[in-house]
Design a protein around this ligand. Sequence first.
Ligand code: KDG
Length: 322
Amino acid sequence: MRLDFVSIGEVMVQFNPLASGPLRYVRYYEVHVAGTEANMLVGLTKLGYRTGIITRVGDDEFGKLIVNFLRGEGVDVSRVRIDPEAYTGIYFIQRHFPVPGSSTVYYYRRGSAASKLSPEDVDEEYVAHAGAVILTGITLALSESCRRAVEKMYGIAISQGKDVIFDTNIRMKLWRREDRAREAIARFLGAKLVFTNREDLGILFPGLSVIDAAKRIIDRGSELVVVKMGPEGAIAVDKEHRVYKSQAFSVPHVEDVVGAGDSFNAAFIASIYRGEPIENALLYANAAGALAVTVRGDVEAQPSWDDLRLFLESQGKALMLR
Ligand code: KDG
């Protein structure tokens, strides 16, 4: 089977409270399936692409939920390994406290099945047959064997002349030390398309402005760098150092901001791979990011092209596909 995009990473069960505020007062949770790589793949399937994930889940009910969910969304799960020795990772979200409009994640994932991913999970043929590979800093942070698995996938993609898309996605709760993140992520900054954000650039290139830091990534071999800035929109820098700026959309109600960046990435990637200009890709990506924050769960409000058209029209803009 030929897939357009494949990725590797941990998929977890997300417990998202029905009420906002401190978790000690929360009594009811809603169950979702999430994880940055899977989120991007689901977003891409909604926009018409064929995707697949390499991961491990435990031989437990949460693992079964994840596989059923991803399969239902159209993501290829033929490379999901069921690990009888380890459990499926989970996490909780605390919403709108102590900072209204923000969300905080609490992981229960150390030693999980996915943290045991290793180079042997990376099927060379599977990667070689894909159109492009999506990698993130989160998988690099999970364990030494995860890091080697991501490096293997990167090596296969490069040797086969495949595009690599990389999101720095620095989670300090996983890395604990900034120098570790900086060192592990450095070699991936030559990926063809790099997504990042202001905080990550501050860790990767301390003291540099956002635009200068993005230009440094271009100088390492990347062709396009996209800096996501949440409610402040996004900036892209291309290989001629041209800078593109775009504004975010505001929505009437922010339910949960977790996953917005993945929704943004999916729409941006989908647009670029169908040949849309960078300005339009940024517009559609901001729209997809805005939609994602309106619901609990990372992927539930990711748009199709028709959804994007309707959303943009409601904002006085148009979807102009080539
Ligand atoms: O981008 C959203 C993800 O951060 C969230 O779903 C959880 O994948 C996750 C992680 O590792 O933080």
